[in-house]
Design a protein around this ligand. Structure first.
Ligand SMILES: Cc1cc2nc3c(=O)[nH]c(=O)nc-3n(C[C@H](O)[C@H](O)[C@H](O)COP(=O)(O)OP(=O)(O)OC[C@H]3O[C@@H](n4cnc5c(N)ncnc54)[C@H](O)[C@@H]3O)c2cc1C
Length: 457
């Protein structure tokens, strides 16, 4: 039988899912009988997969999941909607088709959480008690922290954001128009921890590639304003990424934060944050040099703008007393879990993973896939009165799409050391690869819906 590329890829995926499932099936045969009311708050990539996995591990589970959403989105697909690779309807499924049978789903939002009383309150006024809590509500996009635009007005004044499902859909025609008419495309990210740090960079490189393919590169100026002091900070991959930006003539500025947008005038307001040595005279009249955060405001004109709102833990998490109280992860309220066990540091009956977890790694669903088995097994340990045994090494993966056909597949751990998974360890992964594009375009979405959310992978 002759196979075309698509059927070859499908067969490959089927094989991978079967292998993955077979690998974990042995584990699942080993059902355990633990008692306790488990409450999962948030049924997205992390919460839904957690529920599915637990259902295969506990013989008589008592699981309640609270989530108000009608839909389960494959959010990594938003970048591909915004670049014309996926149609919008390819990236979501109804929530009731994703959540596993046998759990109780309360379709509501949690508005308050009291870890001492072991209860949550919902927007609908219900109080739900738990013995064990799985905290997976993802993160909050703080649109109000960029003046002049809101989630509802995305696209007005050609200011776009791919972190929103509708926003991603509005971005694609705008990019096509930029390429057709020519002009200046300004791309920005944000200074808080945010999901998939690669996404804003990808949409910039995809625009550049589209312009080249359409013979319009000369008509388009592209500039990327990065909030951090470097475009990327994983040593194996950063040099190639910087080289791509340089080779392809994309302007790059670091330490720039967006504060507001004038959509009528098509101007974006930024602040340049720099550490500078400044001379100061102390009370005794002695002059000395001190390091200061110097902030310089600036305004840039754009014809097309891609921006990202600052992000934090949801408000009810910040107010719950479960967040970090000191260190870098405290300001935005990320949950204070042990970075290896994913168990809360002061409330051992709480486990947290996914975007809301306060751990120093990238917020991606690829990271969640590795956190899942660890968090599930450690919760089971706690439920049995044992010490958590499993350890997460911070593995995260960010497939940075560099053009329509290549991906720089960045896999790394807490130490920012490359942690390359087979079969990619056979290739030079410090450079973009076509095989990684195939993985991203054809495999990862079905793997998400059929492998990860079902608890098999
Ligand atoms: C543009 C973009 C590109 C991305 N690209 C990639 C990529 O290439 N690779 C990759 O691995 N990852 C990527 N990601 C990141 C990935 O999608 C997230 O890391 C992942 O979805 C996080 O899963 P989560 O379960 O923590 O949160 P989510 O999947 O966001 O789920 C959170 C759930 O909690 C629910 N919820 C929220 N508040 C409450 C509440 N108060 N009460 C009850 N429920 C609540 C929500 O309704 C939602 O269902 C990308 C994300 C975006 C936006």
């Amino acid at each position: 039988m002759k196979m075309n590329r698509r059927s070859f890829l499908k067969a490959g995926l089927g094989g991978a899912v079967l292998l993955g499932a077979a690998g974990t099936a042995c584990h699942y045969l080993n059902m355990i009988d633990v008692k306790g009311r488990i409450l999962i708050v948030g049924g997205g990539a992390a919460g839904c997969s957690f529920a599915a996995r637990l259902m295969r591990r506990i013989s008589n589970p008592d699981i309640t999941l609270i989530d108000p959403a009608d839909r389960q989105y494959y959010q990594p697909g938003f970048t591909f909607i915004a670049s014309g690779v996926f149609e919008a309807d390819q990236v979501w499924k109804p929530m009731n088709k994703c959540l596993p049978d046998g759990i109780k789903w309360i379709k509501d939002s949690v508005v308050a959480l009291d870890p001492v009383k072991q209860q949550v309150r919902t927007a609908g006024g219900e109080t739900v008690e738990y013995d064990f809590l799985v905290l997976t509500p993802g993160l909050q996009l703080n649109w109000n922290m960029v003046e002049g635009i809101s989630q509802d007005t995305l696209g007005v004044g050609n200011a776009h954001c791919i972190y929103d499902f509708v926003g991603a859909q509005r971005t694609w025609p705008a990019i096509q128009e930029l390429v057709k008419k020519g002009g200046r495309g300004v791309y920005t990210d944000t200074w808080t921890k945010h999901k998939c740090g690669g996404a804003p960079k990808k949409i910039c490189m995809l625009t550049e590639d589209l312009a080249r393919r359409e013979g319009r590169r000369e008509a388009v100026q592209l500039d990327y304003y990065c909030s951090e002091k470097a475009l990327y900070d994983v040593p194996l991959y950063t040099p190639r990424l910087l080289q791509i930006y340089e080779e392809r003539g994309i302007g790059l500025e670091v330490n720039h934060r967006v504060t507001g947008i004038d959509t009528a005038a098509r101007k974006v307001y930024l602040e340049k944050h720099e550490k500078q040595l400044v001379k100061e005279t102390d009370e005794a009249g002695v002059e000395q040099e001190v390091e200061k955060d110097v902030v310089t405001p600036l305004v840039e004109d754009y014809d097309f703008l891609s921006f990202v709102p600052p992000q934090s833990a949801p408000d009810f998490v910040k107010q719950s007393g479960l967040s970090w109280t000191e260190g870098k992860l405290a300001r935005d309220g990320w949950v204070m879990v042990d970075q290896e066990t994913l168990i809360h540091k002061t409330f051992p009956n709480v486990v947290s993973l996914g975007d809301v977890a306060g751990i120093p790694t990238s917020k991606t669903s690829a990271a969640i896939r590795k956190q899942l088995p660890i968090a599930v097994e450690n919760l089971l340990c706690v439920m049995q009165g044992k010490e958590p045994t499993e350890k997460y090494n911070g593995y995260a993966c960010c497939p940075i799409v560099t053009d329509y056909g290549h991906v720089l597949l960045c896999e790394f751990d807490y130490n920012k050391d490359a942690d390359i998974t087979f079969p990619f360890s056979l290739l030079d992964m410090s450079k973009e690869q076509r095989a990684a594009w195939w993985l991203k375009k054809y495999f990862l979405k079905p793997m998400f819906f059929h492998g990860m959310l079902t608890g098999y992978m």
